[in-house]
Design a protein around this ligand. Structure first.
Ligand SMILES: Cc1cc2nc3c(=O)[nH]c(=O)nc-3n(C[C@H](O)[C@H](O)[C@H](O)COP(=O)(O)O)c2cc1C
Length: 164
C-alpha cells in the first residue's frame, strides 16, 4: 500500500504491484490503487504444477503470519522465509555482528535444501507474508480462475461501497 501510494502518482510507466497478494481482494485493491497489474509469487507455490518439495508445501500450509521472518535485512540484502532452525541460527549470528562471510557460508545451499531436498528445518522455505489464506494445493488453472473471479466480483461490487 505504501509503495503504491508513493510510486504510482510519480511515474509515467505501467506499475505491477507485488508482495502479499494471494487472492482476488489483493488484486482488486492493487488495481483500485492504480496499479496496471499484479505479480504473485507465494500463491503459486501451492499448486500441483509447482515442483517445490511436498515438505515445504506442507510447512507453508501450516504457517501463520507470525511464522514469517526476514534474514539479512541489517546487511542490506533481506530474504524472507519461514522461521525455523536455520533462520533462528542465522538471525542470532546476524544480530551478534558475525562476519558476512560466516553468514554467507551458513546460507549457501539452504534454498535448495528446503525446496528440492525437503529439509524444512535446516533449509530456507522462501515464501511471503500473506500466509493465512494459503491452505491448500490446487491446480494452477483453478487458482487463476478463483482469484480472477473474486477480483472481478469485488470490483463490480465496489460502487456499493460508495452508496453506504
Ligand atoms: C520461492 C521464492 C523465491 C524468490 N526469489 C526471489 C529472488 O531471487 N529475487 C527477487 O527479487 N525476488 C524473489 N522472490 C520474490 C518474488 O519475485 C515476488 O516479488 C514475491 O514473491 C511477491 O510477493 P508474494 O510472494 O507475497 O506474492 C521470490 C519469491 C519466492 C516465493
Amino acid at each position: 500500500m505504501a509503495l503504491l501510494t508513493n510510486v504510482i502518482p510519480e511515474v509515467n510507466l505501467p506499475v505491477v504491484a507485488a508482495g502479499g497478494i494471494v487472492d482476488g481482494r489483493g488484486i482488486a485493491a492493487a488495481l483500485l490503487m492504480g496499479a496496471d497489474g499484479v505479480q504473485m509469487g507465494s500463491r503459486f507455490l501451492l499448486t500441483e504444477e509447482c515442483g517445490l518439495h511436498p515438505n515445504a508445501k506442507a510447512r507453508i500450509i501450516q504457517a501463520v503470519d507470525t511464522d514469517s521472518v526476514a534474514t539479512g535485512v541489517s546487511r542490506g540484502h533481506g530474504v524472507r522465509g519461514l522461521k525455523n532452525a536455520f533462520t533462528d541460527k542465522y538471525l542470532t549470528l546476524e544480530a551478534s555482528g558475525a562476519p558476512q562471510a560466516e553468514l554467507d557460508q551458513l546460507a549457501t545451499g539452504t534454498s535448495r535444501l528446503a525446496a528440492v531436498e525437503g529439509d524444512v528445518e535446516n533449509g530456507l522455505v522462501q515464501v511471503g507474508q500473506s500466509l493465512i489464506p494459503l491452505r491448500e494445493i490446487r491446480p494452477v488453472r483453478e487458482v487463476l480462475e478463483t482469484v480472477m473471479t473474486e477480483a472481478r466480483r469485488l470490483l463490480t461490487q465496489a460502487p456499493e461501497i460508495v452508496k453506504r
